[in-house]
Structures are given as structure tokens and as C-alpha cells.
Design a protein around this ligand. Structure first.
Ligand code: AMP
Length: 500
């Protein structure tokens, strides 16, 4: 990379602003971004930067490395894309053949696609070459797209390494590396691939790492990869937000399909996203709904990339109004206008609940989240309520409520409940592990939801086509065309940043 460009990139003269508490007071024009970028933001109706943007953009513009703790939905893509585009506009030069100037690594195909879309959206008035290299599709077109070099390359790690190993791509010219959803990379077993990729990058570069959480392995990776980074963190406050109307319906396990149909027929549904724990379950629910006259599609890791993209596009356009998804497949779904999220299965990881219900109430809208909860799932509900620090209003549709175990509020806990020999006896026999663990194991076997750090070879994960990227948003961003939230309390964020 040319010296002046590198110097410009890494210029550190401006002290990195590290406000202790940042509210959305800044306007985008305060950043002095390239006019072409500001124009795109106006067209996108972005009024004010989100906290992660308010904190991160000036730091990145100053050339510092950044470690950002932020979930998807906080506006973190623009937090790195905008200053990167600004840099590219300020330092124009044709990219070298088979090279890229900016490399963005993301764990999943869907997230990668969304990041590329963001670069294209925000950079639409600039002459930026950007492309995508992800697994699951043929390499030929990707090799050709890289021939003359690109400014921005968004990639999943496995495919990127394949391209490097087949000499279709050189990484020696990378000026800026972005590692998005680093914790998810860890979950998906990509860490070794990341290390291999980083070893091929120039030592002098800017590195931006984003992660929703900071497990030790990620902190170690950051220490190895980043140079004197500024830490920036935002936490969506009261994660589940009062804009989502949450309800729980207690049901007999076998009655879930019919209750779901009732719910969908009785509610005013614009677009509904239904979550199941397993891929098989998603197919089954979609089939049941279709039989009841509710057109539904399922999206999960057993579907091909093309199928998933087709279904998602139809859902986005409103051609399909009911989508049944597993957690991982749903992570990449960034669709505004989902009026209802239905948890056909209550998630066993409380954070997953928060992520799921954040799929509704996007971008200032309101939404409803309904969970169908059978007796054994009450333990999960307790954990969820602990996390969100509120109790979810319950209605009861069980045939014999009095016979069932005590409600969660009374302290009943399905995990500790004594096995009932008359109920699901087979599954409990022989000192079976608690359901929570059982589900985690089942989930791991089916590659979903991959909420723990299992050792799945990265390439296999990528090829397993079970991707999803961005976890759901619990961030509520306002656009000028959208209505104000019901509560009208202004931005609902807490944020802080730390220099280091
Ligand atoms: P992200 O966290 O990057 O996935 O962004 C979540 C959603 O927020 C995306 O649909 C973005 O288009 C949108 N968004 C990002 N920044 C802003 C902003 N400053 N104002 C309004 N919407 C935004």
C-alpha cells in the first residue's frame, strides 16, 4: 500500500473522543463525512447517529483501531462503513489486481450480504468497487470479481481462505480490516481461519473489531490483532423494550400447532416471524400452517442458499407474510415491518428471546411477541423474565391447568421438578439430563442454535449453509419517515466508551 495513503489512514493526530456518556446529540454533518455519503444518509432518512455511530465514527476517522461491543441492530454496520467509505473517498486510488483495500469478515452469508448492501447504499454516490465472497455458491464469479481488485471485500472466513489459497486473492494490500460479530465467529469455529487470515495481512493497517460479547478468546484475539484500540460499547437498555407487546400463552404441548393457527387468524398480522427450535420443527410448522390455509415458508440451514434468498426476498416484499425460522437462519433477517414474532418454542437461552422479539419493532415501529409455552418450558420463561426484569403477561389455554405443574412465578422450575412418570415418561427415563442441556445438545447436533462454542470446523460450518449473521436487533432506531415510539421517550440507549 502506498505510504501517503497509509499515513492518511493511520493518522492519529486527532485525539480519540471518548465520552463517558453519549446521547444522540450529534448530527451526521458534525462528522464532516464526504458530501456524497451525507447525501446517501439523507436519502436513507437517517436523522441522528446512534450511540455506537456517534462514538465510533470520529475514532475510525482519526485512524485508531476500535473494539466495539455492540449487537446488530445498534447501527454498528454504518459505524464502520461510513468512516471507511469516507477514507476511500478521501484517498482514491485504483485497487491492485486480485486485492482489496478494505476487508470485512463476517461469520455468515446473510450478514455478509447485508454488510455489502450497506456499503453500497451509503456509498451509492461514490465510485466504490465492492464485492462479496461467501461459501455455498460457485467460486468462479467471485474469482472474476476480484481480478481487477476491489475497494471493499466482504467475506466469510472459509471462502476467503479458499480464494487466497487458490491465488485468486492477495491480502497484502489491505488497509483496513473489520471483524464483525467476532463472538459469533468463535461460536462457529472460525477463530483459526481468522488467525490465518490476519497472518497474511500487512502489520500496518487499521483494525476494527465488533462483538456483542467479549468472551476470553475474543479478548485474546483482540489483544493480538488490534493496536492500542479504543474501546466503545453500547448496551441496548432494558433489552426487550416496551415497544414490543409481549404475551405468553400457556398451552399443552400437543396443542401448540392449533393455538398457533388461532393466534395467526385472530391477530392483525402484517408479517409474522415464527421461531422453532429445530429445522425439522420449522418445516412441520410451515406445513401445518399451509394445511390451515395460512401460506408460510420455512427458512433454516437445510435449505440451499438460493432457496433462503428467494424466501427472504418474498418475505421482504410481503409476498410471503408468514415465515418460520430457526434462530440461526433468522439471524440474518433484517426486515422492517414484522408485526408479530411468535415463539413456537420458548428459547432455552434467555438472550435468544430478546434477540428474537427484537425482530419486530424495528426502526421505530411497534410489534407483538407471543410465546407458546408448555409446562416444561416454564423454566426457560423464568430465566427470560429474570433477564428482562419484568414478567410477561400470561393467558392460559391448557385443557387442565390445575393438573399441570406450578406456574413459574411460584418458583416452580421444570428443571428441578420431579419427573412425572405419567407425563413424557419415556423421555425422562434413565436419569436423563435436564431439558435445557438436552436441547443444547440436540441443537448442537442439528447445528442450531449454535449458542455455545462447539468445535465445528469452520469450513464445514460455512458449507452447512446454516448461517444467519446478525442477531436480532433490540435497538430501536428512528427514521424521519417512521412514527415516533409509543412512549416517546427519545433514544433508549446507555452507552459508554473507554480509551485504552
Ligand atoms: P445494524 O446494527 O447495522 O444492523 O443496523 C440496524 C438497522 O438500523 C439497519 O436497518 C440500518 O439501516 C438502520 N440504521 C443504522 N443507523 C441508523 C441511523 N442512524 N438512523 C436510522 N436507522 C439506522
Amino acid at each position: 500500500m502506498a505510504g501517503p495513503a497509509l499515513r492518511a489512514w493511520r493518522r492519529k493526530s486527532a485525539p480519540a473522543p471518548a465520552p463517558k456518556k453519549v446521547l444522540c446529540l450529534t448530527y451526521f454533518h458534525d462528522f464532516k463525512l464526504n458530501d456524497a455519503i451525507t447525501r446517501s444518509l439523507t436519502e436513507e432518512k437517517y436523522l441522528t447517529p446512534t450511540p455506537i455511530q456517534a462514538q465510533t465514527i470520529p475514532i475510525v476517522m482519526s485512524g485508531r483501531d476500535v473494539i466495539g461491543i455492540a449487537q446488530t441492530g445498534t447501527g454498528k454496520t454504518a459505524a464502520f462503513a461510513l468512516p471507511i467509505l469516507h477514507h476511500l473517498a478521501a484517498n482514491p486510488r485504483p485497487p491492485e489486481r486480485k486485492s482489496c483495500r478494505v476487508l470485512v469478515l463476517s461469520p455468515t452469508r446473510e450478514l455478509s450480504g447485508q454488510i455489502l448492501d450497506s456499503f453500497r447504499t451509503y456509498g451509492r454516490h461514490l465510485h466504490i468497487r465492492a464485492t462479496l465472497t461467501i461459501g455455498g455458491v460457485s467460486m468462479g464469479a467471485q474469482v472474476r470479481a476480484l481480478l481487477n481488485g476491489v475497494d471493499v471485500l466482504v467475506a466469510t472466513p472459509g471462502r476467503l481462505l479458499d480464494l487466497v489459497q487458490s491465488n485468486a486473492l492477495r491480502l497484502g494490500d489491505v488497509e483496513c480490516l473489520v471483524l464483525d460479530e467476532a463472538d459469533r465467529m468463535l461460536d462457529m469455529g472460525f477463530i483459526n481461519d481468522i488467525r490465518k487470515i490476519v497472518a497474511k495481512l500487512p502489520a500496518k493497517r487499521q483494525t476494527l473489531m465488533f462483538s456483542a460479547t467479549m468472551p476470553r478468546a475474543i479478548a485474546e484475539l483482540a489483544a493480538h490483532m488490534l493496536h492500542d484500540p479504543v474501546k466503545v460499547a453500547v448496551t441496548p437498555e432494558a433489552a426487550t423494550a416496551d415497544r414490543v407487546e409481549q404475551r405468553m400463552i400457556r398451552v399443552d404441548r400437543g396443542a401448540k400447532p392449533s393455538v398457533l393457527i388461532d393466534v395467526l387468524k385472530s391477530e392483525t398480522v402484517d408479517r409474522a416471524l415464527i421461531f422453532t427450535r429445530t429445522k425439522h420443527g420449522a418445516d412441520k410448522v410451515a406445513r401445518n400452517l399451509a394445511r390451515a390455509g395460512i401460506a408460510a415458508e420455512a427458512i433454516h440451514g437445510n435449505k440451499s442458499q438460493n432457496q433462503r434468498e428467494r424466501v427472504l426476498a418474498a418475505f421482504r416484499k410481503g409476498e410471503v407474510r408468514t415465515l418460520v425460522a430457526t434462530d440461526i437462519a433468522a439471524r440474518g433477517i433484517d426486515v422492517d415491518g414484522i408485526s408479530h414474532v411468535v415463539n413456537f418454542d420458548v428459547p432455552n437461552v434467555p438472550e435468544t428471546y430478546v434477540h428474537r422479539i427484537g425482530r419486530t419493532a424495528r426502526a421505530g415501529a411497534e410489534g407483538v411477541a407471543i410465546s407458546l409455552c408448555d409446562g416444561e418450558e416454564m423454566a426457560f420463561v423464568r430465566d427470560i423474565e429474570k433477564l428482562i426484569r419484568m414478567s410477561i403477561p400470561v393467558s392460559d389455554r391448557r385443557t387442565h391447568p390445575s393438573r399441570a405443574e406450578q406456574p413459574a412465578a411460584n418458583g416452580a422450575d421444570a428443571r428441578s421438578a420431579k419427573p412425572n412418570p405419567h407425563k413424557r415418561g419415556k423421555r425422562r427415563r434413565g436419569g436423563e439430563q435436564p431439558r435445557r442441556d438436552r436441547h443444547r445438545d440436540q441443537a448442537a447436533r442439528h447445528h442450531e442454535p449454535a449458542t455455545r462454542h462447539h468445535e465445528q470446523p469452520a469450513r464445514q460450518q460455512e458449507q452447512a449453509a446454516e448461517s444467519g449473521g446478525a442477531i436480532a436487533s433490540v435497538a430501536f432506531l428512528q427514521r424521519s419517515s417512521q412514527s415516533r415510539p409509543k412512549t416517546d421517550r427519545g433514544p433508549r440507549w446507555t452507552s459508554h466508551s473507554k480509551g485504552s
